[in-house]
Write a protein that binds this ligand. Structure first.
Ligand SMILES: [Zn+2]
Length: 293
């Protein structure tokens, strides 16, 4: 993207090593300055308005399954978001795309749609996500809104306040809390094999066997953990039917409980959980907070 002299990126440049903490700090700094420059003082912040201020056109269209958005730089920058997604999710995609020129690795440099991202591409995606989150749902404002411990029932309220999707809101709540917690959005589905049919592909991506006809279960759709927590989750993992998380799915109302979560990779003991189900398209998703200590 060609920038006029009086426009972003505010004299900021990323370090040549994108993998360090420095890179994240610069991206966060850029996000904050961008918000000030675009005059987004109120919430929810319009990411489309920021894009327009950066001389991008924004539109939505049917995109291939799994593709949330694309940015085309020529002849005039254009961001296209998937019209399959909610407007809140499309706003976040717009924010994500705005960070690509700054991070310096664009989608069209990726070798193929089916292949695995290189570690540099994956890192670029992560940096764009970090920047987009700070631009859309700034950590400081989330902290101010949340005040004390996160509660699952606050997710819809905060999502409306920030104009963010429920899953993105849960991630932001988890990111700013000092408590050791995980935030997971579960969805009832088969193992994520539909887009990667080969057994080798599945093994590479999820380390899971190729049981394509696996039953539909409440599986990890999206997850995050608070700072300092060294736990990872995988999208093929599911919660058992005896958990209060599954109970939220069945009953359609908020639940809390003490759950055995070995099936999603946690050590064997009981975890305090809070779950809240919501309708998403033709299915139900369950947002869950898990206290890890
Ligand atoms: Zn991207």
């Amino acid at each position: 993207m060609t920038l006029a002299r009086d426009e972003p990126p505010f004299g900021l440049t990323l370090p040549s090593d994108l993998f360090g903490d420095d890179a994240e700090c610069v991206v966060l700094d850029y996000a904050r300055r961008l918000a000030d420059w675009a005059g987004t003082s109120d919430f929810p912040r319009s990411m489309s308005a920021v894009a327009e201020k950066l001389k991008h056109r924004v539109s939505s269209a049917p995109l291939p399954v799994g593709l949330r958005g694309v940015r085309v730089a020529q002849p005039r920058p254009l961001i296209v978001t998937s019209d399959e997604e909610t407007s809140a999710a499309q706003e976040r995609t717009v924010a994500h795309e705005l960070f690509h020129p700054f991070v310096g690795v664009e989608h069209h440099n990726y070798t193929s749609g089916r292949g695995k991202l290189t570690s540099l591409q994956a890192r670029a995606e992560m940096l764009c996500d970090i920047g987009a989150a700070e631009l859309h749902v700034p950590a400081e404002e989330m902290q101010r809104q949340m005040r004390d411990a996160p509660a699952i029932r606050d997710v819809p309220r905060f999502a409306e306040y920030f104009g963010a999707s429920l899953a993105a809101t849960l991630r932001s709540m988890v990111a700013v809390t000092p408590f050791p917690i995980a935030g997971i959005t579960f969805e009832l589905r088969h193992k994520p094999t539909d887009r990667v049919p080969s057994a080798t592909g599945q093994q590479v991506l999820w380390g899971s066997p190729s049981d394509c006809d696996s039953p539909r279960r409440l599986r990890v759709h999206d997850w995050s953990v608070s700072r300092g927590v060294n736990v990872r989750f995988n999208r093929h993992q599911h919660v058992d039917e005896g958990t209060s998380i599954h109970g939220a799915y069945v009953s359609g109302v908020e639940t809390s409980g003490l759950d055995d979560l070995t099936s999603i990779g946690l050590p064997a003991r009981r975890y305090r959980t809070e779950s809240w189900p919501h309708r998403y398209k033709n299915s139900t998703r369950v947002l869950t907070l898990i206290w890890l200590a």
